[in-house]
Write a protein that binds this ligand. Structure first.
Ligand code: NDP
Length: 475
């Protein structure tokens, strides 16, 4: 049995309570690891370690910090296979996907911010003949990073990399459902040369140790990715202490397919945007709006391809592995049952797959429901999409904007004028035109409306993890 302990002050520590949580491999439904269940005593120890390390870490030159981050990126690359297998075992995703996307992107996160701090330009404002102002960006101190279970290492590093690069000390809490790769990363952090206390990782339940982290007065900022409901709780708690908070939350992302799209590419990529990682990506498109003229043709081609998707043992060559947990699988199934009750027609899928005692679900396509039905309003976060016809631009803009969410959208058309016009009207933080998941780490990343507050990525992340200080010098 693997034991996942906390990482505090550069070494592994058993939780003060002596309590552990079961960690299940969703592909086979069996416990494979026990994870520390942390309490306030563990948090106090982590805060002490992080506070003590801050002076040394924040005084390091950018080049010194950059070198350590680069080293960690190299170590992730060297351990690609082990990390990919661990991610799959913990989350249920295909090993091949973790090998191709999750783990390389985790390394890329460190590499990107290692370079970004060196290449960032600074601001100066000259008052003619009188003075010069320059802006210094100082690290905040001890910061908290809370990440979800769907892209465990990828999103964990997406937060801790900019936080560390900017000179902060971090206390991170990965999801209790998928703590394994964060644990393995701590071993690599020691090898990379992070001074003890710069990175600390506490495991346990979100509502317990996560909430304590948010509430701790010495933790100066919280970067959170997760569900909208949890984001609301965290936002309220942080506001009481005027704590900086970045919230990356859920989505109900529209995919808009105009009749002048590149048909083949639109079908192929919409399969990916619907079912990659079992549909458990906040950026997956879940409401597919198809212009009336090609509705039937698109539906036939799309459903055909969905039926051909291979679901099964994530260690094999499959398109989809297992959902992350039994509870999540049941939640997905409840949404599908609700869609049936509301009059939705299941074109393919719609039920669990019994396999190896794991949590598998068929890729599911539903039609016949308007944009206000429950399944078109709430985030399912699984392999379930709906098809909805539309007439013209104004009709689809209205439909696309009809949820409380505004994270991502995809537009398929060969008419770029139309693509831009529609992109400007859809209320989403990220819009892809004729593509999906093409990510440039320099771009601002985040959602509008109930999909989030603030932006991450590139300079936005470095700004979040620093405090600007204006210094005015008389000439
Ligand atoms: P949750 O909101 O349940 O959990 C996210 C993280 O917060 C976990 O580490 C969780 O711990 C922790 N947590 C839970 N409650 C609290 C609390 N009261 N205080 C502090 N921390 C807490 O989300 P999921 O893990 O279920 O992730 C899925 C959600 O994440 C989806 O809604 C998805 O859209 C969203 N997401 C958003 C992304 C974006 O960039 N906008 C990207 C990826 C996912 P634990 O798991 O241990 O309970």
């Amino acid at each position: 049995m693997i034991i996942i302990d906390n990482y505090i002050g550069g070494s592994f520590h058993k939780p003060e309570s002596g309590q552990y949580l079961d960690n299940v491999n969703p592909a086979v439904g069996e416990v494979f690891a026990r994870t520390a269940s942390s309490s306030s005593k563990d948090l106090e120890e982590a805060v002490r370690a992080a506070t003590a390390a801050f002076d040394e870490w924040s005084r390091k030159t950018l080049a010194q910090r950059s070198k350590i981050l680069h080293k960690l990126a190299d170590l992730i690359d060297e351990n690609l296979e082990d990390l990919a297998r661990a991610e799959s075992q913990d989350n249920g995703k295909p090993v091949a996907l973790a090998r191709r996307v999750d783990i390389p992107r985790a390394a890329a996160n460190f590499r990107f911010f290692a370079s970004a701090i060196i290449n960032e330009s600074s601001e100066a404002h000259v008052m003619e003949g009188e003075a010069v102002n320059y802006t210094r960006r100082a690290p905040l101190g001890v910061v908290g990073c809370i990440s979800p279970w769907n892209l465990p290492l990828y999103l964990f590093t997406w937060k801790i990399a900019p936080a560390l690069a900017a000179g902060n000390c971090v206390i991170a809490k990965p999801s209790e459902v998928t703590p394994y790769t964060a644990f393995l990363l701590c071993q690599l952090a020691n090898e990379a040369g992070f001074p003890p206390g710069v990175l600390n990782v506490l495991h346990g339940r979100g509502a317990e140790i996560g909430q304590l982290l948010v509430d701790h007065p010495e933790v100066k900022a919280i970067s959170f990715t997760g569900g909208t409901q949890t984001g609301r709780i965290i936002g309220q708690a942080a506001a009481r202490q005027f704590k900086k908070v970045s919230l990356e939350l859920g989505g109900k992302n529209p995919v808009v397919i105009f009749d002048d799209c590149h048909f083949e590419e639109a079908v192929r990529t919409t399969i990916e945007s619907s079912f990659t990682n079992q549909g458990e990506i906040c950026l997956c498109g879940s409401r597919i709006f198809i212009q009336e003229g090609i509705y039937e043709r698109f539906k036939a081609a799309f459903v055909d391809r969905v039926r051909a998707l291979k679901v099964g043992d994530p260690s094999k060559e499959v398109d989809m592995g297992a959902l992350v947990s039994r509870e999540h699988m049941e939640k997905v199934d409840t949404y599908v049952a609700g869609a049936r009750t509301e009059g939705g027609k299941i074109l393919t899928g719609g039920k669990r797959i019994t396999l190896m005692n794991g949590f598998y679900y068929e890729p599911t396509v539903i039609e016949g429901l308007d944009e206000f039905c429950q399944i078109n309003q709430e985030e399912v976060f699984g392999p379930v999409v709906t098809l909805i016809p539309f007439t013209d631009e104004s009709d689809v803009v209205k439909k696309a904007n009809s949820t409380p969410y505004g994270l991502a959208a995809v537009i398929w058309t060969e008419n770029l004028k139309r693509a831009h016009a529609v992109a400007h009207q859809i209320k989403s933080g990220i819009i892809w035109i004729n593509c999906w998941m093409l990510r440039d780490l320099r771009t601002p990343f985040g959602g509008m409306k109930s999909s989030g507050v603030g932006r991450e990525g590139g300079s936005e992340a470095l700004r979040f993890f620093t405090e600007p200080q204006n210094i005015c010098v008389k000439l």
